[in-house]
Design a protein around this ligand. Structure first.
Ligand SMILES: Cc1cc2nc3c(=O)[nH]c(=O)nc-3n(C[C@H](O)[C@H](O)[C@H](O)COP(=O)(O)O)c2cc1C
Length: 332
């Protein structure tokens, strides 16, 4: 039986979660992840100050497609009361779940005492979760790292506070804040937190291949698996994991499906942020989507310098047509 995940009163269709990623988990990408099997998608981190002041630009982050639902909105900030108002605003605008960011290592975030900076201050964590819990009428989750540094590995204390203050689940990315993304995620920390808490624990970190999601669950006993970088260029990872869990093989997508998904990603992104910005954002995505495909470096070379969307799409179309023709010839 496939593992299910219930967070607060919300039953997800499965235990796989697309990680919040700034600049990446916008509505088009979230929709793709959802359609390809993710049980829950999360917005990129949204400024609580911006939300509490109803800044038009910040509010845009809350927009989503109904098909993405349930949608979790991740907020970051340092002031408990502002975070509480931000949670209310997110809920008014349709959030089905609220997540507090306690892991972001970016300097401009931690220097204000928000994101990963909160982990250095357990009393602030307690105030924050208590205030947001009070304001939050939907399930509340908190995403943490293992602590500020190896010398301040206070994940046991922090996870305990979060559960005691009434959060419905905790996500653990077991790196220290000062590590950024270096080293590796120490899954033993996920296991330790899972053994300590009675609320669901979601494991996160270094699931780059579908097999690793099953390995993480087996090694840690975590209730859910959150995937970030492993879904870049391979949002099919969710379907692949679900297939493995059903005892099937995990297949990569056919070229035709890969092409369709890239095109729809780009088209949807252009519709919401305009062609100019979409083509800039898609450049990075295309590198991931085509990684490992035949002649992909030549294709990427051809891509550099192209600005207008139509030429971009035509170049992409030609590249995939050639790949598909070659594949046909090999099959014949
Ligand atoms: C480009 C990028 C942007 C990210 N943005 C966020 C964010 O907005 N909020 C957050 O909690 N984590 C963010 N993360 C961290 C991921 O959610 C995740 O915890 C981390 O990448 C580890 O998981 P992974 O090994 O599956 O990628 C980001 C990571 C990357 C690489």
């Amino acid at each position: 039986m496939l593992p299910l995940l219930k967070i607060g009163n919300l039953s997800l269709k499965n235990h796989l979660i697309m990680a919040p990623m700034a600049g990446i988990t916008n509505p088009p990408f979230r929709l793709i992840a959802k359609r390809l099997g993710a049980g829950l998608v999360v917005t990129e981190m949204v400024s609580a100050v911006g939300l509490s002041r109803n800044h038009e630009k910040t509010l845009r982050y809350l927009k989503g497609d109904p098909e993405e639902k349930p949608l979790s909105v991740q907020i970051f900030g340092a002031e408990p009361q502002i975070m509480a108002i931000a949670a209310e605003t997110a809920i008014e605008r349709g959030a089905d779940m609220v997540d507090i960011n306690m892991g972001c290592p970016a300097r401009k975030v931690v220097k204000n005492g928000s994101g990963g900076g909160l982990l250095r201050n357990p009393a602030a964590v307690q105030k924050m979760v208590t205030a947001v819990r009070k304001a939050c009428t939907v399930p509340l989750t908190v995403k943490i790292r293992a602590g500020w540094s190896a010398g301040e590995a206070n994940f046991r204390e922090i996870a305990g506070i979060i559960a005691d203050c009434g959060a419905d689940a905790v996500t653990v990315h077991p790196r220290f804040v000062n590590q950024g993304f270096s080293g590796h995620a120490d899954w033993r920390i996920i296991k330790e937190i899972k053994e300590k808490l009675s609320i669901p624990v979601i494991g996160n970190g270094d699931v780059f291949k579908p097999e690793l999601a099953l390995q993480m669950r087996a090694e840690t006993g975590c209730d859910g698996v959150m995937i970030g970088r492993g879904a870049l260029g391979n949002p099919w990872i969710f379907r692949q994991i679900l297939d493995l869990e059903k005892g099937l093989e995990a297949h990569p997508p056919e070229l035709s499906e890969r092409k369709e998904v890239i095109l729809s990603h780009f088209t949807h992104l252009s519709q919401i942020i305009g062609e100019d910005r979409a083509s800039k954002l898609m450049r990075g995505q295309l590198l991931w989507y085509t990684k490992g495909l035949p002649h992909s470096s030549r294709f990427r070379g051809a891509f550099t310098g192209i600005r207008d969307v139509h030429t971009m799409m035509a170049t992409l179309g030609r590249y995939f047509e050639t790949l598909m023709e070659n594949q046909e010839n090999v099959r014949r």
